[in-house]
Design a protein around this ligand. Structure first.
Ligand SMILES: Cc1cc2nc3c(=O)[nH]c(=O)nc-3n(C[C@H](O)[C@H](O)[C@H](O)COP(=O)(O)OP(=O)(O)OC[C@H]3O[C@@H](n4cnc5c(N)ncnc54)[C@H](O)[C@@H]3O)c2cc1C
Length: 498
């Protein structure tokens, strides 16, 4: 057995790093706070229903896509069926009664815009043109970590990335900017809320292009199948996971990471430590802020982060065959819980997946913005916490009745995960949905996977990949092991083959 690596976190980044490191001959142990692998890439069973807590759309599932090869190489697709997404979302504006469906039929999208507000057609045409021009643009490097590439492979990567770079250089607007050029209120709302308004329009266009090309999918049976496959692969290649292991400190000697200290008081030594815990937790709590520089401090002071969310899920003994698989609702009647006023609901209607509910039922889920401090503080009063969760579910259910008539009567299950739940189970930083928001500045910056002055230490996961998401998180687990191999003089075993 080779040198020992401790990996903090068994989300998809930690699992990916663990699998790669074990195959390269390292002795690998993952230290995971929760009792299960997967981090936020998870789903859970309640009675007859499965609640999918994660993947709305997985990018890169199509045969021949480099991400698919990566997912297969780490066992994520073992026994997993991916379902291609036909409808991304139907935006419904309760204030105007107008709706707009974003589906694989982008010409159909233009036809809808032409009907609703022909004067806004040029803006949507630009977006669709951009989406189509993104075809054939290579994704960010999957196979080789930019940090370990020689000059030649960097040149090759840049050559492959030229069209993507051209796309981004040619379009300097955010989705918020594009939306401002649209006059119809529903269409403006649609563009702003498609993801986040800060997102570069080129990024969103690429996503729409991938949708049109059938390269966005969901995981049949729930996201847990994806991460469970990776956990099985980790075990098969000799890596192990220590559950219920909450790391509070990374042990450093002579400016080298040499192990971890847990909240139970135990210490565990290693030749190398990789953290996939949130960036702020790793850098400022586990390492006490001792290894930063001006650039890192500036990033934490100024870069926008994703906010916290609640997931409100209903299992209903009824089906609504005419309702789209995803809805983005602008509410005519906003509601308030604590400091949060909610006027938009993102809905997943998971009726296509018959494994999630009884044959005559379905699962409906709302993603609602939340305030971490409020939900964290209130959990100390369990009765009040329970009451507020019920109140949130009742408010959401009342708004959904308009779109799913009879939901309240057919409802058999209600499950509410608050921002505190995300922290409790996955140690998500302040209950955050992901890490850094994808903005013009953040997606053009390569976040370091090392820290200045600290040896034998790396970071992987959504906090070193602005915009977050499954594809970059799994990729970063691979890349970080390429960097570790280089540092230890160990050959990297390429699981993606040639
Ligand atoms: C509701 C929701 C929907 C999403 N939808 C999509 C989607 O449709 N498509 C997509 O691509 N992405 C989606 N994402 C994002 C995607 O799931 C994440 O970007 C990705 O799973 C992050 O993986 P990770 O391993 O970097 O982090 P995490 O999954 O957060 O894993 C980190 C792990 O570290 C552990 N940990 C943290 N601190 C400690 C500690 N001190 N000690 C021990 N262990 C610790 C945690 O328990 C956790 O298991 C979604 C996320 C959410 C929350």
């Amino acid at each position: 057995m080779g040198e020992r690596i401790i990996i903090i976190g068994a989300g998809v980044a930690g699992l990916s790093a663990g699998i790669h490191a074990a195959r390269c001959g390292f002795e690998v142990e993952l230290f995971e706070h929760h009792s299960e692998p997967g981090g936020v890439c998870t789903s859970w069973r309640r009675g007859d229903y499965t609640i999918d807590g994660c993947i709305h759309w997985l990018m890169g599932g199509r045969d021949g896509d480099p991400y698919r090869a990566l997912y297969e190489s780490v066992g994520a697709l073992d026994d997993v069926e991916l379902r291609t997404i036909d409808v991304f979302t139907e935006v419904f504006d309760e204030l105007t009664g107008d709706s707009l469906t974003f589906s694989r039929d982008l010409d159909g999208l233009l036809a809808q815009v032409d009907r609703i507000a022909p004067y806004d057609l040029p803006v949507f045409r630009e977006l669709v043109d951009l989406a189509r021009r993104s075809e054939g643009t290579a994704p960010p490097p999957v196979r080789d970590a930019p940090e370990v590439q020689g000059l030649w492979s960097t040149m090759v990567d840049l050559w492959h990335a030229r069209d993507r770079l051209r796309l981004f250089i040619g379009s300097s607007e955010t989705m918020g900017d594009v939306a401002e050029r649209v006059r119809h209120p529903t269409l403006r709302f649609a563009l702003k809320g498609l993801f986040v308004p800060e997102m570069p329009a080129a990024f969103m266009a690429m996503l729409l292009g991938e949708l049109e090309r059938g390269n966005l999918s969901t995981v049949v049976g729930g996201s847990r199948r994806f991460s469970a496959g990776m956990a099985r692969r980790l075990a098969a290649v000799g890596g192990s996971i220590r559950y219920g292991a909450d790391v509070d400190r990374i042990i450093v000697e002579n400016d080298r990471a040499v192990g971890v200290h847990l909240t139970d008081g135990s210490t565990h030594r290693a030749d190398h430590v990789i953290s996939t815990a949130p960036g702020p937790t790793t850098i400022f709590r586990m390492l006490g802020g001792a290894y930063t520089d001006a650039k890192i401090r500036e990033r934490f002071a100024t870069w926008p982060m994703f906010g916290a969310v609640s997931l409100v899920t209903f299992g209903a003994r009824r089906r609504w065959p005419d309702v789209a698989r995803a809805l983005q609702l602008r509410l005519a009647e906003p509601f308030t819980i604590g400091p949060d006023s909610t006027d938009v609901l993102a809905i997943r209607h998971m009726a296509e997946d018959s494994t999630l509910a009884p044959a005559d039922g379905c699962v409906i889920q709302a993603l609602v913005g939340g305030d971490f401090d409020f939900w964290h503080d209130v959990h100390h009063a369990p009765g009040r916490y329970g009451e507020l969760k019920e109140q949130l579910a009742a408010e959401v259910c009342a708004r959904l009745e308009r779109h799913f008539p009879g939901l309240a009567a057919a409802e058999e299950l209600v499950d509410v995960a608050t921002p505190y739940t995300f922290w409790r189970f996955a140690r998500s930083y302040r209950g955050a949905f992901e890490g850094w928001l994808p903005t013009m500045a953040t997606i053009r910056t390569r976040v370091g996977k090392t820290l200045p002055g600290l040896g034998r230490f790396h970071m992987a996961g959504q906090w070193v990949e602005p915009g977050g998401g499954i594809p970059p998180s799994v990729t970063s687990g691979r890349h970080v092991v390429q960097m570790v191999c280089e540092e230890h003089g160990v050959p990297f075993v390429d699981l993606m083959g040639k």
